[in-house]
Design a binder for this molecule. Structure first.
Ligand SMILES: Nc1ncnc2c1ncn2[C@@H]1O[C@H](COP(=O)(O)OP(=O)(O)OP(=O)(O)O)[C@@H](O)[C@H]1O
Length: 276
């Protein structure tokens, strides 16, 4: 398995959002992409499954441009979970998870006993087997996220792509979902690419982090190389106190106030206007 994003340049109509981004993902890696809101993280993820037209550059999976794959063939290799939507279809967990088998079905064929076995295994691996007959509308946030992940692993992908998998989850569910993702990486050798907003979680769960700023990769490397004063000041205009998480062997930090004075002044003016 090899995945390379090469010198990507991407625009929405005339508005350029990514100027020159290259990312190399190795088999078995856990890669997180971090950066400020609107810097283009989701845009970059979408190019991996050929959802967007590129101005220039290319994405290569197993040495073949993803634009040359049939959508169904790509879906057998790469599963993509977009940011959680606020409305959910009224499906049982089992039906939702079974959708993961569709890229593997031949035209006009139904799920066979092997597909059903894979569905059951996916439900069990993600700890939602006991919920299989429940509507996904009636699940808690953490359970629902696990059900979506079950659908993705039911696809039996080599790469799992997750756009902010911890959004809307409380801290316990965030850890639960990321522990599950780590376990999938360790036990099934699944390569993980995700966008995370929480830098401490990215530090704890990633092997490699890419930080995006000004439409480019500002820095990439191990958590030790990225979760440091210079990178966080440059990318997020924040500083903080940095520590080592001895148990998880990674850096973590406690942020302090924004260093961007101009932004602070703008907000103060706005609050003044609202309240006086
Ligand atoms: N379909 C679209 N049409 C036009 N502009 C878009 C579209 N999707 C995203 N954008 C713009 O492209 C920029 C990058 O968006 P993107 O969603 O990739 O950022 P992000 O880093 O994932 O943001 P966030 O952290 O807020 O989720 C933003 O300015 C956004 O408004």
């Amino acid at each position: 398995m090899s995945l390379r994003l090469n010198n990507l340049k991407i625009s929405y109509e005339k508005y350029n959002v990514i100027d020159d981004v290259s990312i190399k993902i190795n088999k078995g890696d856990i890669v997180s992409i971090i950066g400020r809101n609107g810097c283009g993280k989701s845009t970059v993820l979408k190019t991996i499954i050929n959802l967007l037209e590129l101005d220039s550059g290319f994405v290569e999976f197993d040495k073949t441009d993803v634009r040359k794959y049939k959508r169904k063939d790509l879906a057998k290799k790469i599963a993509f979970l977009s940011q959680q939507k606020l409305s959910y279809p009224d499906l049982t967990v089992e039906t939702l998870v079974s959708y993961g088998r569709y890229p593997h079905l031949k035209f006009g064929k139904f799920l066979n006993s092997n597909d059903k076995k894979i569905i059951d295994e996916s439900l069990k691996k993600t700890g939602v087997y006991h919920l299989k007959d429940k509507s996904i509308k009636k699940l808690s946030g953490g359970e629902r996220q696990r059900a979506w992940i079950a659908m993705a692993i039911c696809q039996e992908p080599e790469i799992l792509i997750l756009d902010e998998p911890t959004t809307y989850l409380d801290v316990a569910y965030q850890i639960e979902v990321l522990d599950l993702i780590k376990e999938l990486n360790e036990t099934l050798g699944m390569t993980i690419v995700m966008v995370l907003h929480d830098i401490n979680l990215a530090s704890r769960y990633s092997k490699t982090i890419y930080a995006i700023k000004d439409k480019k990769v500002f820095a990439c490397g191990t958590p030790n190389m990225i979760v440091c004063p210079r990178v966080l000041e440059e990318v997020f205009t924040i500083n903080g106190d940095f520590y080592v998480d001895e148990e998880n062997k990674c850096p973590f930090f406690i942020p302090k106030k924004s260093k961007n004075k101009k932004e602070e002044i703008k907000w103060k003016k706005y609050l003044y206007f609202l309240f006086y």
